[in-house]
Design a binder for this molecule. Structure first.
Ligand SMILES: Cc1cc2nc3c(=O)[nH]c(=O)nc-3n(C[C@H](O)[C@H](O)[C@H](O)COP(=O)(O)O)c2cc1C
Length: 145
């Protein structure tokens, strides 16, 4: 029997990390990560969002489980960041960022404070972080060229 597509192993990974790059270089490096990630994520049917506060990253990726695992391995080994903390990992019923290979809208002061709070207080409810990412997508949509 044919399985519905949305059940064919959709997975998600939400993490935060600390940027390891000197601040003078960080923005250019992040722009480079985004430019290279968009076609790579698209080719793996991965969608998601990346937040960068100037010192922290928060990223959510979703897609076929094997694609998310492959990108995750690369990201975990990437020396441009460290102190990687996973907030959410596992099966997803549906995509949140279906229109975005990697939503990114430059550094956002709006989310920076909220991310600092997450680091200091911990994540008690992952939907808080998903809400944050969804708000970020609204900003990304508004800033779309
Ligand atoms: C914060 C951060 C986010 C990243 N996000 C992605 C991503 O969404 N997709 C991706 O392919 N690579 C992403 N990368 C880059 C990967 O870590 C890695 O450099 C890339 O997959 C190339 O791997 P390779 O060295 O095997 O060619 C990210 C890196 C960092 C530091």
């Amino acid at each position: 029997m044919t399985q519905p597509l949305y059940r064919s192993g959709l997975a998600g990974w939400l993490y935060a990390s600390r940027c390891a790059l000197p601040s003078a270089w960080a923005q250019r490096a992040v722009d480079d990560i985004v430019v290279k990630s968009i076609p790579r994520n698209a080719s793996l049917e991965v969608t998601g969002a990346l937040l960068f506060t100037g010192s922290r990253f928060v990223q959510f990726l979703e897609g076929p489980a094997e694609s998310v695992v492959a990108i995750r391995q690369n990201i975990l080994a990437d020396r441009r960041h460290h102190d990687i903390v996973t907030f959410l990992s596992g099966g997803r019923a549906e995509r949140i960022f279906s229109n975005w290979s990697l939503a990114y809208a430059g550094p956002s002061l709006f989310v920076a404070d909220k991310i600092e709070n997450l680091f200091h207080n911990g994540v008690h409810n992952t939907s808080e972080v998903i809400d944050l990412l969804e708000q970020f997508v609204i900003i990304a949509e508004a800033n779309k060229p």
